[in-house]
Design a protein around this ligand. Structure first.
Ligand SMILES: [Zn+2]
Ligand SMILES: [Zn+2]
Length: 346
């Protein structure tokens, strides 16, 4: 066992505190990563506060992790000491089910092993990236291209892949019109990636407060959803709408903006069900879909795509002592656009 420094939640209501946690010994197929940066995802906050179900405390979260390989197991072939690597939302899967065999381990039927708060194969509870080191099976470790600025690479491992995967699956590209709902951590990456793929991108945000940013990130149009005219103006317009918002939306109003065979895909999830008027789906043969992160292969493809197209998240770099204050700001949507913890300060 390796005892390492970490930030952990002692309970659902307590502030995060500095502590130490244990990492397993490096097994034959494991990689020991010295973590340099860890992003703060809204999921981290939902999880530590018990809003997505009961979790075991103390808990260290964080699933946007980048660092350097410090040690490899005897059978590791994909990574070497010194490599710049990343870990995202999952650290294992069953590898035997239909979806795993199809290379879609994010949809592992018995469930993939989450990077934190999940039961690992050895029965321990996984602990996330707000920590100086992590031990991960080499198959779930990504190569992070040197072209991506180190501190900006972390949010790609969740926010990046969560938006890249549906944009790829529904073929955002030249000649397609893509709308992105919400301009937060996920939304701003969706705009950059969709624009880099060649789509005509429209941002649908509550207000026009981030319009200049949206246009700078590659959007061609920017509308306020607080203005009811927006929905009339944009009826039958989009091939794809990527909804990054976790609050309930008026499904009829949003679905009506899809043109023939268009899809509204949600990557944000409100806790309560969303009512859908099926007649709205009949018109234009519309679809309503969901999408969860991406496979390891697709995550690698996304990292390489971002390096090639020179795109990266906008971040605010913080110290280990600023994490509780950062959580408060995330809850107020007061961040442009992702907090990243400098793990050297831990
Ligand atoms: Zn996340
Ligand atoms: Zn599986």
């Amino acid at each position: 066992m390796l005892t390492v420094n970490a930030i952990a939640a002692p309970s659902a209501t307590g502030s995060l505190v500095r502590t130490t946690i244990e990492r397993r010994d490096v097994g034959p197929r494991d990689v020991l990563i010295e973590i340099r940066y860890a992003g703060i995802c809204h999921s981290d906050i939902h999880t530590v506060r018990g809003e997505w179900g009961d979790v075991a405390y103390p808990l260290t979260v964080g699933h946007e992790i980048v660092g350097r390989v410090a040690e490899v197991g005897a059978e590791v072939t994909r990574h070497a000491v010194g490599d710049r690597v990343g870990v995202g939302c999952m650290v294992n899967s069953c590898r035997e089910c239909e979806n795993c065999r199809a290379g879609m381990e994010q949809y592992c039927l018995p469930g993939n092993t989450g990077t934190y708060a999940a039961v690992d194969r050895d029965g321990t509870i996984t602990q996330g990236g707000y920590s100086t080191h992590v031990v991960v099976d080499e198959d779930f470790v990504l190569r992070v291209p040197e072209a991506i600025p180190y501190e900006k690479a972390a949010p790609l491992l969740c926010a990046g892949i969560t938006t890249y995967s549906p944009l790829s699956h529904w073929k955002a590209g030249p000649g397609t019109r893509v709308a992105v709902v919400g301009m937060g951590g996920l939304g701003h990456m969706a705009v950059k990636i969709a624009a880099a793929k060649g789509a005509e991108v429209t941002v649908l945000s509550q207000t026009l407060g981030k319009k200049d940013d949206g246009l700078a990130f590659g959007a061609a149009h920017y509308y306020a959803t607080s203005d009811p005219d927006t929905f009339d103006k944009l009826r039958n317009t989009f091939d794809l709408i990527v909804n990054t918002v976790s609050a309930p939306i008026d499904m009829h109003a949003y679905l009506s903006m899809l043109r023939l065979d268009g899809t509204l895909v949600s990557v944000g999830a409100p806790p309560e069900p969303l009512p859908v008027q099926v007649f709205t789906l009949f018109g234009n043969r519309r679809s309503f879909a969901g999408s969860g992160i991406g496979s390891i292969a697709e995550t690698q493809e996304m990292l390489d795509f971002c390096a090639e197209h020179d795109i990266a998240p906008e971040i605010e770099l913080i110290t280990a002592g600023e994490v509780n204050a950062a959580y408060d700001r995330v809850l107020k949507s007061d961040v442009r656009y992702r907090f990243v913890i400098d793990i050297n300060t831990l």
